[in-house]
Design a protein around this ligand. Structure first.
Ligand SMILES: [Zn+2]
Length: 311
């Protein structure tokens, strides 16, 4: 295990607010093989915790796992068939498409008229679902990924993936860098955010998405864990997700970088959920209800996408 400081303010002062057992994690994480997971974290169960920074309130893992354990988790514990299925699900494609459409909107607002010569990097491209979505638009796009199964899956569908940072840098400067569900996993967020500044051209767009853990939602989960009940989401998982963001900590993280903030938007709107599951009767009212509801209800697993301009 490695001890780390607060990823937002670098303070060492933090207090444990959530403790998990392997059973609590595997109960809610249907994609895990329980026995393999228990074996991987054996002897280190006391470190399956989240802490809250006493200085800036960021929620994060103070202790992070070594490469060997993480390799065991990502390669052996996770049932990859589930990941592959999710990558080609209509729901996931819709959320990737929403990000892409928002990118095009912003570029248009910035005065761009054509996608000619556009260069895009998808950092942490996973199963290649975002690459699939933008591929048909005639842009030049490359993914960066380290997991061999995910790479193979994306390459099968003709995507270009690099695994080496220097090769990725040589693709730059680029117009857009996309990072969906990556920052939660990073033991060193600053390293990767510095890299985006290095590869993006001035005026380029940096877009990322993270799970949005509002304080009310965290509170509910803290209460459940205190009663030894599993969390409400599989995404509260201190082995995989070492940084737990909300709007405030996302903004505090970005403060250190010279980015101009443009907007945030939900990756997958509640309307999309309902639209694809239920009848279309309420659709015309749902946007309004959705907007209103976020003020009163802590929805499960909302993610936000953040759009930033490189200065
Ligand atoms: Zn802090």
């Amino acid at each position: 295990m490695k001890k780390r400081n607060c990823p937002v303010c670098d303070s060492m002062e933090a207090k444990i607010i959530m403790s998990f057992t392997p059973e609590l994690l595997t109960e809610v994480n249907k994609g895990y093989r329980p026995e393999v997971f228990k074996e991987a974290v054996k002897g280190k169960e006391e470190f399956i915790t989240y802490s809250k920074c006493r200085n800036c309130s960021m929620v994060y893992c103070e202790n992070v796992w070594d490469d060997n354990t993480l390799k065991k988790i990502y390669e052996d514990t996770i049932d990859h068939a589930i990941g592959e299925d999710a990558a080609i699900s209509i729901q996931k494609r819709m959320s990737m498409n929403r990000i892409w459409i928002n990118i095009l909107r912003i570029l248009k607002l910035l005065g761009k008229k054509k996608i000619e010569d556009f260069k895009i990097i998808d950092y942490g491209s996973g199963w290649g679902d975002f690459l699939d979505v933008v591929d048909v638009f005639g842009v030049s796009v490359v993914g960066y990924e380290r997991d061999s199964l995910r790479i193979a899956f994306a390459k099968e569908r003709g995507q270009r993936i690099v695994t080496d940072i220097d090769e990725l840098k040589s693709f730059g400067p680029v117009d857009v860098i996309v990072m969906t569900s990556v920052l939660e996993h990073l033991q060193d967020v600053d390293d990767v955010l510095n890299l985006t500044k290095e590869i993006l051209r001035p005026g380029g767009l940096f877009v990322f998405s993270v799970m949005d853990y509002r304080p009310q939602y965290l509170k509910k989960n803290i209460n459940r864990l205190e009663k030894k009940l599993p969390a409400l989401t599989k995404n509260l998982n201190p082995v995989e997700h070492v940084n737990i963001y909300d709007y405030k900590s996302v903004m505090a993280t970005l403060d250190k970088y010279n980015y101009e903030f443009i907007s945030t938007g939900y990756v997958l709107h509640l309307t999309d959920n309902l639209f694809t599951r239920n009848s279309m009767g309420f659709i015309k009212y749902l946007n309004w209800i959705e907007w209103l509801s976020t003020y009163f209800i802590t929805w499960k697993d909302l993610s936000i996408a953040v759009y930033l301009l490189n200065k």
